[in-house]
Ligand binder design. Structure first.
Ligand SMILES: Nc1nc2c(ncn2[C@@H]2O[C@H](COP(=O)(O)OP(=O)(O)OP(=O)(O)O)[C@@H](O)[C@H]2O)c(=O)[nH]1
Ligand SMILES: [Zn+2]
Length: 345
């Protein structure tokens, strides 16, 4: 079953989580695009619009992260009047979630079930180290494999040198410089969108994500904004996120241009994004070393012998602090919300 869907990554694991919900009027589908209350989904019989069943809305009321999102695999149901509803979101294998600093303890789901999350950073104007580190931590946290794309490589005289330099910010992450201008184009990205594989693009507005999507599909499926001025920022932001199936199989998922990058959820993604520091810390004499003035601190030793850049450690400290503050805040909000529910009942 589902030959067409297997090109999009449908496999035995998704099929077995679907099986208990199978019935004559049900079918699996992948969400291409999620708008308020309505999703565009691709199933075995093509593209349809689907509204959300009550059970899905109920789950979303608890946490908006439960709403279907581009990339989700869902159980759809076709009603006698031909309406189609989404009855259930199948368990996500990976999820790219951006926590916001708004009052409720919620997050914004940007993409689901991608194999790779590419942080897209333009090579010009100068790449922003701190943004790259933060977005890579988000990418690691998603459970997918991170990738760093240096876009607009045609605007740099030596893109490979820049790539080598930035590789230090991205231990364990492949770094590729690509341009959508000229012949070499985006072919370096093909392995990440091979048959059955999904690549999500994450980056600031104007980074060139939509242009990459268009280059991969060979057609203009995403609107591209004219660059405003020398700051290289696009005029508008792509407001919606779209999963775009590619002609040769595989899919690419554009996320909205990130403005205020968003907060990290846990220290988990952070420790993987800063694997160099985590690795050093494992060699500190004390398990709870704060890498200050403690004796036997491997991090301090690496700083002293120059193998660890002070900027890198400062970055890591800043993000760690943010995670601590934010998780304390979220805990407080959750406790307050639970108290409110108790009072009401
Ligand atoms: N020189 C050069 N310019 C590029 C390249 N790719 C994209 N651009 C330009 O960069 C600008 C922004 O590109 P978009 O693809 O709209 O950027 P985006 O990341 O999708 O932006 P949002 O939709 O706001 O998130 C456009 O003017 C593109 O023409 C490239 O490879 N080389
Ligand atoms: Zn230490």
């Amino acid at each position: 079953m589902s030959h067409a869907l297997s090109h999009l990554g449908w496999d035995d694991t998704f099929a077995s989580s679907y099986r208990p919900f199978d019935r004559p009027d049900a079918a699996p589908a992948r969400v291409l695009r999620a708008d308020r209350g309505v999703c565009t989904v691709l199933g075995e019989n093509g593209v349809t619009r689907a509204t959300l069943a009550g059970s899905v809305l109920l789950g979303a009321a608890q946490d908006p992260v439960n709403l279907p999102c581009a990339g989700d695999w869902v159980v759809t149901r076709r009603w006698p009047d031909r309406r189609v509803t989404i009855e259930l979101v199948l368990p996500r294998r990976t999820a790219l979630i951006r926590r916001t600093s708004d009052k409720d303890a919620t997050g914004q789901l940007l993409a689901a079930n991608m194999d790779t999350v590419a942080v897209v950073e333009p090579i010009h104007p100068e790449p922003d180290d701190a943004r790259i580190e933060r977005l890579l931590a988000l990418a690691w946290e998603s459970g997918a494999k991170p990738l760093l794309i240096l876009s607009k490589s045609d605007t740099s005289r030596d893109p490979d040198a820049v790539a080598r330099q930035l590789a230090e910010l991205a231990p364990g992450v492949p770094v590729v410089a690509v341009s959508t201008r000229g012949r070499a184009g985006v072919e370096k990205l093909r392995p990440y969108v091979a048959d059955g594989r999904t690549l999500a693009l994450l980056g600031r507005s104007g980074a060139g994500k939509s242009t990459l999507v268009n280059a991969l599909t060979g057609t203009a499926v995403m609107p591209v904004q004219a660059t405003r001025d020398a700051d290289g920022k696009g005029r508008h932001t792509t407001a919606y996120r779209n999963l775009v199936p590619l002609p040769g199989g595989g899919a690419v998922l554009d996320t909205p241009g990130i403005r205020g990058v968003g907060l990290l959820d846990t220290a988990d993604g952070l420790d993987r994004a800063f694997a160099d520091i985590a690795e050093l810390a494992a060699h500190c004499r004390f398990g709870d070393c704060r890498h200050g003035a403690e004796p036997g601190c491997a991090v301090a030793a690496a700083l002293a012998n120059g193998s660890l850049a002070p900027r890198r450690l400062a970055s890591w400290r800043k993000l760690h602090h943010e995670v601590e503050v934010e998780s304390a805040r979220r805990q407080a909000r959750l406790t307050a919300a639970a108290g409110q529910r108790r009072r009401r009942s």
